[in-house]
Design a protein around this ligand. Sequence first.
Ligand code: NAP
Length: 326
Amino acid sequence: MKPYVYVTRKLPENIIQTLETFANVGMWESEEEPVPRRILIKEAEKADALLTMLSDKIDAEIFQVSKQLKVVANLAVGFDNIDIEQATKQGITICNTPDVLTDTTADLAFSLMLMVGRRLFESAELVKNGEWKSWSPLFMAGTDVHHKTLGIVGMGSIGEALAKRAMGFDMRILYHNRHRKIEIEHKLGVEYRTFDELVTESDYVVCLTPLTEETKGMFTKAVFQRMKKSAFFINVARGAIVVEEDLLQALREGEIAGAGLDVFQTEPIDSNHPLLQLKNVVALPHIGSASIETRTAMMELCCENIEAVLNNRKPIAVVNEELKSR
Ligand code: NAP
């Protein structure tokens, strides 16, 4: 009998057809609404594989009820929504979608820098609202991006792709990781800094680390106070890396000049959230990897990962290291 794959959100027909070449497929039929918890639990009990979204909480309870689950393929590079420890304990492989989304996400990070620096969103809204009355020398004047200092916190795949884009804008590029990348320093001409040095020196601080116990709440009031008053903060990683109340306070009190945010502590963010009332905040609905090409590639990679594990082959992208060598 074919294995059973449960997909937690409605995906395009061609992706389902790919899964059906090697499995029986069940799917939550809504594009908008996440699968209800009780249905997810019921499906996890009998599934051999789950194809999940970053909005699904795949915790110990899900793994414990599962009777034959072998693989969870998450449609994201981040996997902070999954209890990796429990999965590994039970021998369940966790897969993600690195690399295929790198350039698209870097494009978005750079767009946010331009949007907040050059006040693009504010300007576009003003025109549409009929508030463009005249031209004047400093009308909607923003801050340059070219020749400024970019600080990348988390110089991984997306960080490197962002650095390449910044080179085209003649930016000076600083980075911070737990480990130095000497080869990348030579290749891209980027300079290593401690976290404190980076936030102090940069005009644009871009967060691109994974959400982990170590990075949770990494950007606090003290960090924003260390930044230049003219600097911008961009978050394309995960909302919980930032203490949102501290960011709000820093923006209100002019500790920093503005923020470009693709991710939030709670998603979707409430439209009454005080951050959204600020003119110098550009907020996007977690669309870092959202191009048709990239989302399609991510879905295809999920299918390949699932197929490999169900056929006892090594998948392309495994998260739980301990299982990698099997
Ligand atoms: P990656 O290649 O694994 O890079 C992550 C980088 O973060 C690594 O260079 C790592 O270097 C660094 N890092 C990890 N922990 C750190 C810490 N405590 N302090 C400083 N640096 C740390 O991952 P990626 O593909 O670039 O993706 C990065 C993150 O972006 C993902 O985890 C995901 O959450 C987010 N993302 C968001 C979107 C979106 O739609 N907004 C899309 C894609 C990805 P060291 O190990 O040397 O510290």
